[in-house]
Design a binder for this molecule. Structure first.
Ligand SMILES: C[S@@+](CC[C@H](N)C(=O)[O-])C[C@H]1O[C@@H](n2cnc3c(N)ncnc32)[C@H](O)[C@@H]1O
Length: 255
């Protein structure tokens, strides 16, 4: 279901509107910027290029890939100058981009969460193979502890009447079809779960994971992991288990 949703050309226009970095991305960029001038960067699941305008100007080479031809077309239209290049590619098969080639890989805004569990582990292997030893990998992922407060009715309200109507219609559909399953999963002691959280009109199944389980997934291939809230505050290890942020950013070093 997820792949068909991402391949919908209509989503490219939706993503083209958003141009701001999330707080964690801005903090990580600010920290890394002094070292990035000679770096090759791979932006996986680049979408319509929200992150491109911020990261591409500070690196030597910038390659954006996405499974959606419409997203890639949108990026190619918007960013024509060096050092940018965009390709249609699936994160589950990155060998064509070359091994041990990138100094920094970004998979922003929870793109990793739209893969099934085995595909997620494969994606992590592929990203690791694309990284030079010591390269940095930054991504975000949904936090399983956020399931308890997902899709609150009050979060659907907005001043824009068209969006209000759309949000409420989607919320009702989600309540009727998916809320019970989400509540059941939230009450269990799982490491991860795939649920419908209402994203894109309930057309996506999203992976939610406990931060400790995410660290364990990274462990074979990545070390020196740092974790940030969406706003950009770095979390200490003892804070991870109690964080209820909807998603968290991870920054890890390829072994
Ligand atoms: C939530 S959007 C984020 C887009 C962009 N990174 C941003 O932050 O605005 C996730 C992106 O991942 C892409 N994607 C989903 N599955 C993918 C896969 N298997 N391989 C590569 N890209 C994928 C989608 O097409 C979509 O553009």
């Amino acid at each position: 279901m997820n792949e068909a949703t991402w391949l919908d050309p209509g989503l490219a226009a939706f993503y083209a509107v958003d141009t701001r970095l999330q707080g964690a991305e801005a903090r990580i960029l600010a920290e890394l910027r002094p070292r990035m001038g000679s770096w090759s960067m791979l932006d996986v699941g680049v979408g319509a290029g929200r992150t491109t305008q911020h990261f591409a100007p500070v690196v030597a080479e910038y390659v954006g890939v996405d499974i959606s031809p419409a997203m890639v077309a949108q990026c190619r239209r918007r960013f024509t100058a060096a050092p940018c290049r965009f390709e249609v590619a699936d994160v589950r098969e990155l060998a064509a981009l070359g091994r041990h080639r990138f100094d920094f890989v970004l998979f922003s805004f929870n793109g990793l969460d739209y893969l099934a569990h085995d595909d997620r582990l494969r994606a992590l292997e592929q990203i690791h193979a694309a990284c030079r030893p010591g390269a940095l990998f930054c991504f975000s992922t949904h936090n399983l502890r956020a399931l308890g407060h997902l899709m609150r009715l009050r979060a659907q309200f907005t001043r824009d009447p068209a969006w209000l109507w759309r949000n409420l219609r989607n919320w009702v559909r989600w309540r009727l079809r998916h809320a019970r399953h989400v509540a059941q999963v939230a009450a269990q002691e799982r490491d991860w779960a795939i649920v419908n959280d209402g994203a894109h009109d309930c057309r996506l199944e999203t992976y939610y994971v406990r931060p400790a389980a995410q660290l364990a997934q990274l462990e074979p291939a990545f070390g020196a992991v740092r974790v940030f809230t969406v706003a950009g505050r770095e979390l200490a290890r003892e804070e991870l288990a109690s964080s209820e942020d909807d998603w968290l950013y991870f920054l890890a070093e390829a072994r």
